[in-house]
Design a protein around this ligand. Sequence first.
Ligand code: KIV
Length: 264
Amino acid sequence: MSKRVTISTLDAMKAAGEKFVMITAYDATFARLVSEAGAETILVGDSLGMVLQGHDTTIPVTLEDMVYHTTCVCRAQPHSLIVADMPFMTYETTERALASGAALMQAGAQMIKLEGGVWLSDSIHQLVERGIPVCAHLGLTPQSVNVFGGYRVQGRTPKEAKSILADAVEIQDAGASIVLLECVPENLAADISSKLDIPVIGIGAGAGTDAQVLVLHDMLGLTEKPPKFVENFMAEQTSVKDALKAFVEAVKSGKYPRAEHAYQ
Ligand code: KIV
């Protein structure tokens, strides 16, 4: 990938039916490797609270942590579009969302990600109006783990499925650029992806989304008990870069995710 990826690149890929890839990175070295491997997007995820900081959840991650890691990733000058997570309770009001979004954009992010649906539509609208593109994370939103009572698949009942679809439509209408769906049944994810004009990225959401994301440490086989949707791409490779490339190629060729990675 030689040209810098923008949201227009991703929209065009969706329109052409070409899958794209997101991988998390939290520092300059991995950001460079992820970009060189051909992933269109890098997520500076608040998963860093678990895989770097050793917490049980993403809740302790602060805005300062996210700004620091976003700055590190940006120093690699990757070609991939950089999306940075807004951490827990940094966007609970529109004013806070604007201030937190500004901090991440000034650290070098090109888009911010927040967790939630309809209740965020006003904030999303205001962020976008002021020049801050938004990716909205739906389904299993890890910052709400205590509300869910654990890391559980979301959208299995007709009522939950209807509500996730309604959230997705509402945040698209509010101006979001991307929807990210985590741990939802594959049919629901495929349905949402076909109904939305904006790209949908899935994780544990089956093969019917426009793109796939995995947490770096999971796909490199470094996580002790990975969820069932994770494949260890390091298993058959001899370098990290080749493992990242294998993930990118597997998504683009439709070899990942497979049936056993999906929820029903
Ligand atoms: O923080 C993160 O890495 C994420 C992924 C699980 C999508 O939100």
